[in-house]
Design a protein around this ligand. Structure first.
Ligand SMILES: NC(=O)c1ccc[n+]([C@@H]2O[C@H](COP(=O)([O-])OP(=O)(O)OC[C@H]3O[C@@H](n4cnc5c(N)ncnc54)[C@H](OP(=O)(O)O)[C@@H]3O)[C@@H](O)[C@H]2O)c1
Length: 197
């Protein structure tokens, strides 16, 4: 079964480590599950509604193509809050963007602060030539706004949530996308887009 962290963090555990370097670079991909009405989390950051659709990994090739993640601090906090449901995560190269790194280290993650483009470059450099996933509505919206994202990948889930955390923040503005793939696996429809630059 795909774990909560794998699902919202979009990777297979254990295939790269912090010391890895690489010749080529993968893409920067905003990756998330979304209700049909555009929510990526429920009220109070609830995620159970999405996990129910991922009892099996419908698209293993996506996780296999992923080498590192850059996630927002709130996404990290929600993942920690739900850690009782997910004990098999190996704590690979997860970078957490924050304005205030904690004094104490958090096992399995590296906190980054400062310029967003530099953070993306730092996380991308350890992705082993695979893709860097960007997670969290606030963080991903900023990356889109700054032109740092190559692709958007959405798992559309057959549910209407009515309320919660929206796909993007209200200040995002218009971003034009070019569709290049759509596949259905059971109840999950994967849509993929290039960001027009
Ligand atoms: N459905 C899915 O696939 C999916 C995927 C990922 C996440 N989620 C859900 O999305 C929700 C979280 O998204 P969110 O939009 O609320 O928050 P978020 O983007 O995960 O995190 C926002 C936080 O990240 C830090 N941050 C953002 N931009 C920064 C910058 N430029 N410099 C420094 N720090 C920066 C700040 O932390 P500080 O306040 O510490 O400075 C900010 O408060 C959670 O419920 C999570 O479960 C769903």
């Amino acid at each position: 079964m795909i774990s909560f962290r794998q699902m919202i963090l979009g990777r297979t555990p254990g295939h790269t480590d912090m010391s890895e370097t690489h010749a080529g670079q993968g893409k920067v991909v905003v990756n998330r599950s979304m209700s049909l009405d555009g929510f990526i989390a429920g009220p109070d950051h609830e995620m159970d509604w999405a996990i129910d659709f991922f009892t099996e990994d419908p698209f293993p090739e996506i996780m296999a193509a992923t080498g590192a993640m850059l996630i927002g601090r709130r996404t990290h906090e929600v993942a920690k809050r739900m850690s009782h449901e997910d004990r098999d995560y190996d704590g690979g190269p997860v970078f957490v963007m924050t304005h205030q790194p904690p004094d104490e280290p958090d096992p399995g993650v590296t906190f980054l602060t400062g310029d967003l483009a530099e953070a993306v470059a730092t996380a991308r450099a350890v992705a082993g030539g695979k893709n860097l996933e960007i997670l969290g509505a606030d963080l991903a919206s900023q990356c889109l706004q700054r032109g740092l994202v190559d692709d958007v990948l959405v798992y559309v889930l057959p549910v209407l949530m009515g309320d919660g955390v929206r796909f993007s923040t209200s200040g995002l503005g218009r971003i034009d996308l070019e569709p290049f793939d759509n596949v259905q696996s059971g109840p999950v429809t994967m849509l993929r887009f290039h960001v027009r630059k």
